[in-house]
Ligand binder design. Sequence first.
Ligand code: FAD
Ligand code: SF4
Length: 583
Amino acid sequence: MSLCDIESEQISSNDIPLGLLMANHDVVVIGSGAGGAMSAHILCAAGLNVLMLEAGREYDPVAETPMFQTPADAPLRGAPTPDKDKGFYWAVVDGGYTVTDIPYTQGGEVDFKWFRTRMLGGRTNHWGRWTPRFGPYDFKGKSRDGLGEDWPVSYEDMARWYDDTETLVGVYGANTELENHPPSAPGVLHAPPAPRVYELFVKAACEELGLPIIPARRAVLTRPIDERNACFYATDCMRGCSIGAAFQTTTSLIPWARRTGRLTVQTRAQVTNLKLDKSGRPVGVRYIDLSNGQEQIVISRVVVLAASACETARILLNSRDEGSPNGAANSSGQVGKNLLDNPQSQAVTAYFPKLDGRPNYNEFGAGNAHLYAPWGGHDAQARGELDFPRGYQFMFWGGRQTPEMGLAGVADTVDGYGAPLRAAIKQRYGSMIKFVGQGEMLPSSQCYADLDPERRDRWGMPALRFHWKWANSDIAMANHMRKTMDKIIDRLGGSRVSELREGEAFLTEPGTCIHEVGTARMGPDPRQSVVNEYGQAWDAPNLFLMDGSVFPSSPCKNPTLTIMALAMRNSRYLASEIKAGRL
Ligand SMILES: Cc1cc2nc3c(=O)[nH]c(=O)nc-3n(C[C@H](O)[C@H](O)[C@H](O)COP(=O)(O)OP(=O)(O)OC[C@H]3O[C@@H](n4cnc5c(N)ncnc54)[C@H](O)[C@@H]3O)c2cc1C
Ligand code: SF4
């Protein structure tokens, strides 16, 4: 059946569309971030026509990045302002923990903070680009400790997709022998940048304490690929990267897909719900054209939903229709459930007198860490020495980069005024190191999102309501993170600058790790999961989810490489299904 054969009567909703678009596309992709853009790229490369609906505006990553501004050019020297809550220069057009006209609400014990970015490319314009692979244990946690859920795919299933994604995206890092940290295929990784002084300093303590410490893996090129340049080690990647060295979809996947001539991007298209036929299959997508506030419905044979985990759940839950009273793809009742983030520790900053007044070495670098400390407690866990399951990693930052980073905390350690104060600050510039732990949590019936029965956004779509409660094991893990940081700081003769919080308060608010996943998990059983191993909805074979919503667990490793590897794999499957005439 061709798209134009789909009759508008098949839309069972009573809504009368103001605009009914019957464009020449095979697939509608919702969202242009990590998942949506990867899907569009693969589908276009396979010869399919794609219409991408993106709520944010068009973004020019070359003309618009504030890569080279100095702190003096910004209000408050670049510190966060109310409309730029992660820093003035970050490449966030409309977003942060507040998005204009789209509120969210709280229904649980602890408030969840939801970071959204409404712009072409989504959060990939300013993410940290940390891209560790999940390992064999991460996909099969339940088989190892009986907790949570296994993924329906194994590491062996995913290995080649990780290789292909890393090759396409460009990732620096190094293969190690570390347990549950599988290597990339030979030649895939770019050479990691040399560690900086403060990183070697922490490394020495970790090695003495028997803690693993290895080169970070980040989606940053250290050798050029085609038109993308290698990193020149001088700017802050969160501002965006106009030379294409730091991966963002606006300098790679989206322009590549556009170049095929098969991608149409409709920006400022705020999707509200899917239009379902009587069997629950989507036949169209309803959106608000934010340029004029008009409602539009676009007919589609296949829908890829990649609006980011929580917005994907909101759209599914809001796609209620006669045959699907609980929303699209939700016969299991699992949409919105199993919301996960990485429990993240308070940032602990410490001052290290041994680094005072040292000479400059290689202070610059690839805009973020070159080394980090992955989880290495598997043996201690197996011996029953730990009071929490799974694990955590920790990252640390310091050095003499921009004053925003290098001077963090210095003011709290010096006193006085005038020339002696300036001399003391210079002396300590580069003697501060900040540590942050990031762990795995288990899915919990206390952590989920649903639609607020009363609050709506500007266009009448129900707000998402969050429910959250930390588990005892999350708090036990937080205590362990704190002890580990203490050991390292003490070993290096440091003194804490941060006022440390205790127990649950040592964790930052849920959502603030900005690794929210879950909400529409994949699994082998349609009664317990929303999609199959290809992200294909059990209830609607022409609906695919290609973002973190499908994760059954949240390993302590950052999620986006796995979002992209799954989107690559599952989009190839989708393309083959369309070509075989099954969709
Ligand atoms: C500051 C920061 C640092 C981070 N660092 C890392 C890191 O180092 N490593 C890592 O793995 N992850 C990191 N993340 C998380 C990472 O950005 C996300 O995991 C990733 O971007 C998710 O991809 P996505 O495609 O699901 O969503 P997004 O990238 O958020 O893209 C979703 C897109 O959908 C659009 N959209 C939303 N709602 C609608 C709608 N209703 N209609 C139409 N379009 C819609 C949005 O505008 C957006 O463009 C970080 C995030 C932030 C904010
Ligand atoms: S540090 Fe490198 S990767 Fe990061 S923004 Fe600058 S040039 Fe790009």
